[in-house]
Design a protein around this ligand. Structure first.
Ligand code: UTP
Length: 269
């Protein structure tokens, strides 16, 4: 089995739930204490041993790319001001970041499919940076461990209250231990009272390259948003899809409430 070396970070969404803050500033650039959200996801993946990062930006999101590029002007200004200790912010030592531009907000599945030539024929991690996870061990590392043992697809899960289930992708499971389960189906945003379980998907995945083929098939359907969950369910039929109950605390920073909770929790930390 090939190791998980690459991570895809889709950041091309419109961020409607956080308007007007996200009109000019991409959601993933909102600061959590002193770092933009996207840096937390990259740090988590790096700690788990990921070597290459593929960032899917939207057409109007130059700020994300600028954030990671060296800034000679800022470097000069910091030198002139005698603030050498801050120089690493001007020219961050980020290696192996590749940016691809999604042509339009055609859905999470489309954003991932758009990276297929860079991902190639190997398993890969997906991190949605607006889900920030506070934990001792990197959450994506827990998923990589399960993938190393069992292969297939691996999805991070958390328990959700019945009244919040309609906000999540909810999984249907066949076998279940305390923290690990086999997933047979995923229902996107179920109508109140119809959720197949209380386990909702968190924005961390390890995906088998087979998922790209299923996304490719969906991309030929006219006028449909390409759903990632459909492609995972289809891939899971032959490759298996495993769920892992996360051990850390997840904050949905795509919502004002989640973002505010995360700000307080990280600031106190
Ligand atoms: P969301 O469902 O949170 O959508 O996307 P969004 O547009 O970012 O935010 P809202 O719902 O309008 O408030 C989940 C993840 O998928 C990425 C987003 O950037 C986010 O990381 N995404 C979504 C894309 O990269 N491209 C898309 O076409 C859609």
């Amino acid at each position: 089995m090939k190791p998980v070396r690459k991570a895809v970070l889709p950041v091309a969404g419109i961020g409607t739930r956080f308007l007007p803050a996200t009109k000019a500033v991409p959601k993933e650039m909102l600061p959590l204490v002193d770092k933009p959200l996207i840096e937390y996801a990259i740090a988590e993946a790096r700690e788990a041993g990921i070597e290459e990062f593929i960032i899917v930006t939207g057409k109007n999101k130059p700020a994300i790319r600028s954030h990671f590029e060296p800034d000679q002007r800022l470097e000069n200004l910091l030198r002139e001001a005698g603030k050498e200790d801050l120089l690493h912010y001007a020219s961050p030592a980020y290696k192996n970041l590749t940016f691809v531009e999604q042509p339009g907000p055609y859905g999470l599945g489309h954003a991932i499919w758009w990276t297929r030539h860079l991902v190639g024929d190997e398993p890969f991690a997906v991190l949605l940076p607006d889900d920030v996870i506070m934990s001792k061990k990197p959450c994506i590392g827990e998923l990589i461990s399960v993938h190393n043992e069992r292969g297939g697809n691996v999805i991070a899960l958390e328990q959700v209250a019945p009244e919040s289930a309609h906000l999540y992708g909810i999984v249907e499971t066949t076998s279940h231990s305390e923290r690990h389960m086999e997933i047979s189906n995923i229902v996107e945003k179920p109508v109140l009272g119809t959720a197949p379980s209380n386990l909702g998907i968190v924005g961390r995945y390890i995906l088998h390259p087979d998922v790209m083929e299923n996304l490719e098939r969906d991309s030929r359907l006219p006028n449909t948003e390409i759903q990632l969950t459909n492609a995972i369910v289809a891939s899971g039929k032959s490759k298996g899809t495993h769920g892992v109950l996360i051990s850390g605390r997840r904050f949905d920073c795509g919502t004002k409430r989640g973002y505010l909770s995360a700000t307080i929790a990280f600031a106190l930390e």
